[in-house]
Design a protein around this ligand. Structure first.
Ligand code: FMN
Length: 208
């Protein structure tokens, strides 16, 4: 990856792998757009034992994000499992460490989107996506969902919402990302990449 090429930060947390698979599909959508790249990152689990620390390199999936990944991104795709209809604590914990970026306005005018996986069809995907976007609006980001021109939004019998891609993993977490869910992940990544390039150019023009 060139240092100058704008990138989308695809930041996710996943315990059983469903959100990680969605993150890969969103990244595949980003990579379909010329001139911008995807950077996959995760966050460590949090523990009620405050002294517990994770190893620096996760056992599987992407490496851990740091503030610079967020500071320098052209756009953000944020993925979380649905946890009681809300964002998972490890991602919230990471976001709660970003007040320095907020004070510097580092994310203002950058596009963002969210995606989630839940075990049940009506188990709170929409509320999760809507609550995930709130801190991003505080950061001054521009939220991009999925428009209904993506016809899978109407055809799906599983995940997929206008607020962001979603996946129904099933009670045993054994349902893989299906055709409609995957198409919406890819479309979401592609759209975010296009918007991020446009706003990246706009910010560059403003600086000159
Ligand atoms: C603490 C906790 C809370 C959960 N809350 C919900 C929920 O509100 N609705 C739902 O459908 N699934 C819920 N789930 C299931 C996960 O959202 C689901 O298994 C998801 O696919 C996990 O994603 P992952 O494979 O990326 O870890 C919950 C799981 C845990 C551990």
């Amino acid at each position: 990856m060139s240092h100058d090429t704008p990138y989308i930060l695809v930041l996710y947390y996943s315990r059983s792998g469903a959100t990680r698979e969605m993150a890969r599909q969103v990244a595949a959508g980003v990579e379909r757009v010329a001139g911008i790249e995807a950077r996959l990152r995760t966050v460590p689990a949090v523990s009620p034992t405050c002294e517990a620390v994770e190893s620096e390199i996760p056992e599987e999936g992407a490496i851990y994000a740091d503030h610079d990944d967020l500071r320098h991104c052209a756009g953000l795709a944020l993925g979380s499992p649905t946890r009681f209809g809300n964002i998972a604590a490890p991602l919230k914990y990471f976001l709660d460490t970003t007040s320095g970026l907020w004070m510097n306005g580092a994310l203002i005018d950058k596009p963002a989107t969210c995606f989630t996986s839940s075990s049940s069809l009506h188990g709170g995907q929409e509320s999760t996506l809507l609550t995930m976007l709130v801190p991003l609006l505080h950061h001054g980001m521009v939220y991009a969902g999925i428009p209904y021109s993506e016809t899978e939004l109407i055809e799906t019998r599983s995940g997929g919402t206008p607020y962001g891609a979603s996946h129904v993993a099933g009670a045993r977490a054994d349902r893989s990302v299906d055709e409609h869910e995957r198409a919406l992940c890819v479309a979401q990544g592609q759209r975010l990449a296009r918007l991020s390039l446009a706003l990246h150019a706009m910010r560059a023009e403003k600086r000159t």
